[in-house]
Design a protein around this ligand. Structure first.
Ligand code: ZN
Length: 177
């Protein structure tokens, strides 16, 4: 599995000069290192995860999100696959594994779960900086949830919005109505 540290470091549990530099500079965190070690153990049991790539880790006080490459999720969770449970045991925080996705709806549903989204609307608004003499519009994505869903959000709203940007590459506005 491709993780934040090199294969050698993940295997041995020691850090080479390059990985230590990354850790010192804050490019990777202790959490990334712990994840890498769990990944190595998991790969021993499930050799077909060797092509899985962990792209990013987002951690806050309440949860950890692990972003994997498109199509990778089915190698990690579901059935007897328990990568997320193994991570939770080590990291002692809820872990959510998400796939980087070009499917906007799928990505947003995953990020907001367990809160349920009642709709995603795309509206067209005049562009902020149209070229002279041109009428230009921009797409705006509005995610609509019932006010009841507010308590089921998996994290702070601004964090979720940032995640959507990171995973699906879109700026969203959230409305409760
Ligand atoms: Zn290394």
């Amino acid at each position: 599995m491709k993780t934040a540290i090199c294969a050698f470091c993940a295997q041995t549990g020691m850090l080479c000069k390059d990985c230590q530099t990354k850790l010192n500079s804050g490019e990777i965190s202790d959490t990334d290192i712990q994840i890498s070690k769990v990944a190595v153990e998991f790969e021993k049991l499930h050799p077909n995860v060797s092509n899985v790539a962990i792209l990013n880790t987002i951690e806050n006080s309440e949860f950890i999100i692990i972003l994997v490459a498109p199509g990778n999720l089915r190698f990690l969770v579901g059935g007897t696959l328990d990568f997320h449970n193994r991570l939770e045991r080590v990291l002692k925080k809820p872990v959510k594994i998400l796939e980087k996705s070009k499917n906007k709806r799928k990505a947003i549903d995953g990020i907001f779960s367990p809160a349920l989204i009642s709709g995603i609307n795309t509206v067209f608004v005049p562009a902020r900086n149209p070229k002279p003499g041109q009428i230009s519009v921009e797409e705006e994505t509005i995610v609509v949830l019932s006010p009841d869903e507010k308590i089921r959000l998996p994290g702070k709203l601004e964090d979720l919005i940032e995640l959507v940007k990171l995973i699906a590459g879109v700026d969203i506005r959230v409305e409760f109505r």
